[in-house]
Design a protein around this ligand. Structure first.
Ligand code: SAM
Ligand code: SF4
Ligand code: SF4
Length: 340
């Protein structure tokens, strides 16, 4: 197979980005992702034997780079809970054709790992930060984790050269929406790029309600009431965030409006779950299991042809069809399993 072929799905969308979930476990219990009532002490996480090894992940990424992927993001669960993560980063960072290697983390363990991750070749990190109010932060993470540890992690990432650090905030009405402007102020002062995300109905466990979603238009209205904003044109077709520049020159802020303004038309993302299932949509109800090939002696050509077939059949556009609530095929998979 020639290098960097372009594979198109049923709506002519190319394959460009890959999210790799390295674990389904997490040290937080964010209500919108892993509510404690569901992910309690009795919850059965993936057994170790079912989780892909670093060698297996490397094989899949290598194949995907040949199929057009240029950006890879490590995620979870909480990726920093995966033992020896820097050694996976080192394996992936040396692959030619990998343009961007990033990670999304809740930041709690980041001060411990930032240096090793940077040395291993990670390009940048995104840290999820829902509030800079210690009480709200502690409530939203579901385990009473301390805000300062995450702020220290962000500082450590900047110091290690993993910046500019992006901050992700899921806005939930009545919980943290009052703190948006304060969070934007924090990001502006520290030079971080803030992304405010609409609360999504991923998975089945959080009891999502539309009235808890704060539409991005409202988020932007609140921020622009404080600082003048100017829209920034997309950097590339299908850019997920809608971006705005602060007119006073203090960086930018973005919104991700998957509920109010779905962007399935430009969705070029594939997701590899920790157990080797490939999912073509965040709202997937079932994946393609790569383990039989990976563990059954199949080679890269076999994987490439399976994945090419999967992408060519892809017709996902869940967010654009959200009103059509009942879909066949069983429950949607969880965000903590798929990695956002
Ligand atoms: N544990 C890491 C973290 O929180 O950054 C990585 C995995 S987490 C599943 C990836 C991203 O998904 C986080 O930024 C998180 O805020 C976001 N997320 C989780 N549940 C969500 C939901 N229901 N709606 C929107 N974003 C969500
Ligand atoms: Fe864990 Fe991230 Fe989900 Fe929060 S959003 S529970 S930190 S996986
Ligand atoms: Fe992509 Fe699915 Fe999200 Fe649409 S709903 S943008 S197809 S992941």
């Amino acid at each position: 197979m020639s290098r960097q072929v372009q594979v198109l799905d049923q709506f002519s969308r190319p394959l460009r980005d890959l999210r790799v979930s390295v674990t389904d476990r997490c040290n937080f219990r964010c209500q919108y992702c892993m509510p404690r009532e569901v992910f309690g002490p009795g919850f059965k996480f993936l057994p170790h034997a079912e989780v892909l090894s670093f060698e297996e992940i490397e094989v899949v990424v290598r194949v995907l780079l040949r199929l057009g992927v240029t950006k890879v993001r490590l995620t979870g669960g909480e990726p920093l809970l995966r033992r020896e993560l820097p050694s996976l980063v080192a394996k992936l960072a040396q692959l030619p054709a990998l343009g961007d290697l990033a990670m999304t983390t809740n930041g709690l363990l980041l001060s411990r790992f930032a240096g090793a991750l940077a040395e291993s070749g990670l390009h940048r990190v995104t840290v999820s930060l829902d509030s800079v109010d210690p009480g709200v932060f502690s409530e939203m993470n579901g385990v009473g984790a301390n805000l300062q540890s995450v702020l220290d992690g962000i500082e450590a990432a900047v110091a290690a050269g993993l910046g500019p650090v992006k901050l992700n905030c899921v806005v939930r009405r009545g919980l943290n929406d009052d703190g948006i402007v304060e969070l934007a102020d924090f990001a502006r002062r520290r030079g971080h790029v803030l992304r405010l995300i609409e609360y999504m109905d991923v998975g089945e466990s959080h009891g999502w309600r539309l009235d808890e979603v704060v539409p991005s238009a409202e988020v932007i209205a609140r921020i622009s009431a404080r600082w003048e904003l100017q829209p920034v044109p997309p950097l590339y077709p299908g850019e997920v965030a809608t971006r705005f520049r602060y007119r006073d020159g203090t960086g930018e802020v973005g919104v991700i409006s998957s509920v109010s303004t779905p962007f399935c038309g430009g969705c070029t993302r594939l997701r590899l779950a920790a157990d080797g299932q490939l999912h073509t949509c965040l709202f997937s109800r079932g994946g393609l299991d790569l383990r039989p090939v990976l563990r059954g002696g199949g080679g890269e050509e076999e994987l490439a042809s399976l994945i090419t077939g999967l992408w060519r059949q892809r017709r996902d556009r869940y967010s654009e069809e959200r009103s059509r609530q009942s879909e066949p095929g069983g429950p949607k998979v969880e965000m903590s399993y798929l990695g956002g």
